[in-house]
Design a protein. Structure first.
Length: 198
């Protein structure tokens, strides 16, 4: 059984300033069963419960942290743990290890984007918000390689513009905009999917 009910999987990647940015974004996107969000935020491990609570109480989106064997469900925000390396199997279910993430970033947006792109191909999208470093740039190139969409928060609006700028330099982005513009764009995207399914 594969949880491919969501018509689109969107990866939300962020670091410094990202909690506020993603909260604002999700607050302006109505909950829909047409897509699912996977949220990778560079935070301390002890903040994960705060993030889950913030999403559910301030945006209305159901949020959860997945364990091994669980699937990404449509109409939810899956928050990836910064403490435990998390991968996706070929069947689309979560593999969560007891070990920490390898490399400079936890969680690794690059790794998650690459795997989501391989699994969902043109049904995968990525939005990179404010943050330090270049995590997400290589992963977004994979999303583009598999015909997915890559959007970024306008660097001029970011608290720290490095992550969106790295994506812009690495691959051709499909859209650059403010948080409100990104939310408006995805709402248009959802409306188009709904119209096509009727």
């Amino acid at each position: 059984m594969q949880p491919r009910n969501a018509k689109k999987i969107w990866l939300l990647g962020a670091s410094t300033g990202g909690l506020q940015a993603v909260r604002q974004f999700l607050s302006n996107v109505p909950v829909t069963s047409d897509l699912a969000f996977v949220y990778a935020q560079h935070i301390a491990g002890q903040q994960i419960n705060t993030v889950l609570r913030m999403i559910e109480t301030q945006t209305g989106w159901p949020a959860r942290e997945l364990s091994t064997g669980q699937f990404i469900r449509p109409g939810t925000v899956t928050v990836i743990s910064p403490q435990y390396e998390t991968r996706l199997s070929k069947q689309g279910w979560i593999l969560r290890f007891a070990s920490s993430w390898r490399g400079h970033y936890a969680p690794s947006i690059d790794q998650l984007a690459n795997r989501l792109a391989q699994l969902y191909r043109q049904d995968c999208g990525a939005i990179i918000f404010t943050g330090m470093g270049d995590d997400g740039a290589r992963g977004c190139c994979s999303v583009k390689e598999y015909a997915g969409q890559v959007w970024v928060q306008d660097p001029q609006e970011c608290i720290v513009p490095a992550m969106p700028e790295a994506v812009i330099q690495c691959c051709k982005t499909d859209f650059v905009g403010s948080i409100d513009q990104l939310a408006g764009r995805i709402n248009t995207h959802i409306n188009q999917m709904e119209a096509c399914s009727q």
